[in-house]
Write a protein that binds this ligand. Structure first.
Ligand code: HEC
Length: 154
């Protein structure tokens, strides 16, 4: 019995250690991971746009909006750690240096974005047609652009 307990404790300890290790990304991995997050949001924005321009599937729009909100609420700020402001060899970044210095402004655009993503997910969950998500989608797109205009290079 003693052995079983200690094995379970060891397994738990390993799992926790594994999680901590996975959360600690190298600067290169942080850049690639944040770019992957943005690209994945962009793909989902495209799906919503296609639904607004063509046949509307509430299920598809809600799934895409949930995916975007999930990323928005995931704490992406953690992927802008030390050493990630500039290209690292082949790993290029388009982040502007201002993102690391204008904390207050970054916080403002980030909060607007999270709020817009949550509103979009709420609207999509209840949507009966395009008209129910149009405004929320426009606002969400504007919140992406607001950050790019200030903190992303062309
Ligand atoms: C808080 C600021 C911020 C918000 C909000 C934001 N982005 Fe970005 N985005 C950036 C920055 C900074 C980069 C450049 C990242 C890099 O190259 O390291 C970027 C890069 C991208 C890229 C290029 C990814 C790549 O592979 O290089 C896409 C696509 C993108 N964003 C789409 C979006 C979409 C869609 C939204 C909204 C749903 C959004 N972004 C919201 C700051 C933001």
């Amino acid at each position: 019995m003693q052995k079983v307990i200690s094995l379970a404790a060891l397994t738990l300890a390993l799992a926790v250690a594994g999680n901590a290790a996975a959360a600690e990304l190298t600067p290169e991995e942080q850049i690639l991971t944040r770019q992957a997050g943005y690209s994945f949001m962009s793909w989902n924005m495209g799906k919503i746009k296609a639904n607004l321009e063509g046949d509307f599937s509430q299920q598809q729009v809600a799934a895409a909006a949930d995916a975007i909100a999930g990323i928005a609420n995931s704490g992406m700020g953690a992927l802008y750690g030390p050493g990630t402001a500039k290209d690292i060899g082949d790993v290029k970044t388009r982040v502007k240096p201002e993102l690391f210095t204008e904390q207050e402004e970054v916080g403002k655009v980030a909060r607007n974005f999270i709020q817009a993503a949550n509103s979009m997910a709420e609207a999509a969950a209840m949507a009966e047609g395009k008209g129910d998500v149009k405004d929320a989608f426009t606002k969400l797109g504007e919140s992406c652009k607001a950050c790019h205009d200030k903190f992303r290079k062309d």
